[in-house]
Ligand binder design. Sequence first.
Ligand code: SF4
Length: 242
Amino acid sequence: MLIDSPSWNEAMRLIGEAAILLLLFLVAFSLTLVLLTVVSIKMGKFIFPRLLKPGLLMMEGLVRAIWKLLGIDDKELTAFSIRLHNMMMKKRFEAVPPEKRAIFLPQCLRSKECPAHLSDEGLICMKCGRCDIGPNIDEVRADGTKVFIVPGSTFIKRMVKRYRPEAIVGVGCLMEVKEGLEMCDRMGVVAMGFVTLRDGCVETAMDWGDFKDMMTGKITPLKLANLIELPGECKVPEPTMK
Ligand code: SF4
């Protein structure tokens, strides 16, 4: 029988050894990534970013598990991934002309009494003065950048298909931004993430000054690398069309 033959046993032994070697390599690689992220955070600059970004994408599950074992807040790693992504995209983003960019603002920035109505192009701000979107939206639109207030998760894909922007800025909570950046990576669109300041799902806030600096390229790499605080996840319900 083939399965009792010496060649079969030899093949099984080789496969087993290869699997163990692969496992050891993956664990060692993940440990290296954890070390690099921790050192990067401590030093306030990215060590080997070109290794870190694809490495974290490939080994995210294992790296997160090691972080948890070390007692490090899971959100730290998410924030780190966004900072790293922004740093690596900065030059490419700034090379895209404003009229070929699109900004997606989360609806949770609005006031609870927001009178904006829902349209095919997202929520339309009435500039009622109840939140900071009103006084800022025209300024960020002035150079031709498209700005949308996002009513729900499928909206961004729809607008990307419709307008084909070459660069996107997504504002949102930590997880929204992370998932948005991953989606843009998959679509091959240059993207930057900007995390809201305040925890919570309604009446959140963002630093419009830093945001405009990021849009105009005035933000320094150091500031960009340290933009993100650690707010919570957003669970705000999607509005319905009236
Ligand atoms: S300023 Fe615009 S987005 Fe903000 S609450 Fe008023 S209508 Fe809504």
